[in-house]
Design a protein around this ligand. Structure first.
Ligand SMILES: Cc1cc2nc3c(=O)[nH]c(=O)nc-3n(C[C@H](O)[C@H](O)[C@H](O)COP(=O)(O)OP(=O)(O)OC[C@H]3O[C@@H](n4cnc5c(N)ncnc54)[C@H](O)[C@@H]3O)c2cc1C
Length: 391
């Protein structure tokens, strides 16, 4: 039995969660993406999985009657802002929920750099959720736990990719959702866990044991697309900074030919958005604010319904109104998904045949680069540089 078209399956796991016979398990396919596998012996053909699968729904009716509002946000705590990917919107929303005795769901690395969705009930437990992990996230038992928390009348903040949030809604049935808030990322696609794991193995061979890994480190060069990992060399702990162009995995991520097939047909990358709130990077804010104010990161926030407004008002006056029309041009992920490159056809076949390094070398060239934080330069300095270049 086919639950949904294979290329449309987002691996959200709603089918496995809803199955009354528990005869569906999520397993990695040959490319390393999670897909449902049905035990046909146990299956009673009730077709619940097919009817709730978000990939089989034409489009979300949620938020259709609400005019999306846009904001910028910067977390007031410098330390927490420094550890957040953008402006720390996730932390600010999560803090309110935790203070209310609620629980927050977000993505963490387990000890082996496997990314999965877990529940946090304390401020300390939020720490591992901070930081974007540019790889598929396993929802694990998070839908079950979120439903239980709602039954216990607790506040719940569920954060994740839009397809994960769609999966959550699909499994909630007639649960009371008045205390549930959902926050989706402006996600433009995810590579497979297998690809990321093989990359970590490659790093281990090259550098030694990898102790921590961040795609978006702000310590060395402030806010931008650069990261850092820590590794053990003898008794020493060393840090290695990298930028997109100097790193194989990061370059592949931005080449966009290693994403899950459903990412190229993402129906959630459009307005109106699915979740109560959408968060992302407020790129190009340097056109509006001076460098000193924005260098540690700025969040872009979309409010998608009245319920989201209730949670957002807890952020107070640091929430600044933004122009949604401008943002649509500045951050295309708001309104459109990622184009599927032709090289996607061969990418995972090559990965299977030749392994991580040889495949990466075939598709991307890397070089040692020091980032010039061009977008932070004041406009007058940018104009001077442009003039010099012309001469
Ligand atoms: C795969 C991916 C693609 C993205 N693409 C874009 C983009 O094209 N444009 C854009 O503006 N922003 C994008 N983002 C969002 C951006 O990177 C930040 O995550 C977002 O701005 C939140 O920043 P913050 O400072 O509020 O959160 P932080 O404090 O850094 O928290 C990170 C949040 O992301 C969640 N998260 C991290 N990794 C994953 C994952 N793999 N799956 C599900 N949830 C995860 C955590 O649970 C937490 O809620 C993407 C994020 C991911 C994970």
């Amino acid at each position: 039995m086919e639950i949904c078209k294979k290329i449309l399956c987002a691996g959200c796991g709603a089918c496995a969660e809803i199955c009354p016979k528990q005869c569906i398990v999520m397993k990695a396919d040959i490319e390393g993406f999670l897909k449902p596998v049905i035990d046909e012996q146990l299956c009673i053909k009730c077709k619940k999985c097919i009817s709730i699968c978000p990939s089989n729904q034409t489009h979300t009716e949620r938020n259709r009657d609400y005019q999306t509002k846009a904001y910028s946000y910067i977390h007031p705590d410098k330390n927490l802002l420094g550890k957040s990917t953008s402006g720390g919107a996730f932390t600010a929303l999560a803090e309110w929920i935790i203070n209310k005795g609620g629980c927050v769901f977000g993505a963490v690395y387990d000890g082996e750099f496997y990314v999965k969705e877990v529940m946090a009930e304390t401020m300390d437990e939020l720490a591992a959720m901070r930081g974007s992990k540019y790889v598929e996230c396993d929802i694990a038992d998070s839908f079950k736990k979120a439903k239980k928390a709602l039954e216990d009348k607790r506040y719940v903040l569920y954060t994740g990719s839009p397809c994960q949030v769609a999966g959550l809604y699909a499994t909630l049935g007639d649960a009371d959702c008045s205390k549930l808030y959902t926050t989706e990322l402006l996600c433009h696609g995810v590579p497979s866990t297998k690809l990321f794991q093989k990359y970590i193995e490659y790093l281990k061979e090259k550098y030694g044991e990898i102790l921590s890994y961040s795609f978006r480190d702000k310590k060395k060069w402030s806010w931008g697309c650069w990261g850092c990992f820590q590794y053990k060399k003898g008794n020493d702990i060393k840090r290695k900074n990298f930028v997109v162009a100097s790193d194989y995995y990061y370059s592949l991520f931005f080449k966009e030919n290693c994403f899950k097939e459903s990412c190229y047909d993402c129906k959630y990358a459009s307005l109106p958005r699915l979740a109560d709130i959408t968060i992302g990077d407020y790129w190009e804010i340097e056109k509006e604010k001076p460098y000193s104010e924005i260098k540690d990161g700025v969040s872009l926030i979309l409010c998608n319904n009245q319920h989201g407004e209730e949670l957002l008002q807890t952020l107070g006056e640091r929430l600044e109104i933004a122009d949604i029309e401008c943002l649509k041009n500045q951050n295309l992920t708001i309104i459109q998904g990622t184009h599927r490159p032709d090289s996607r056809n061969e990418f995972y076949k090559d990965f299977e045949r030749y392994g991580f390094l040889d495949t990466a070398k075939k598709y991307v060239k890397i070089r040692r680069v020091i980032p010039i934080v061009a977008r932070y330069l004041p406009q007058n300095l940018k104009n001077i540089i442009k003039k010099i270049r012309k001469h």
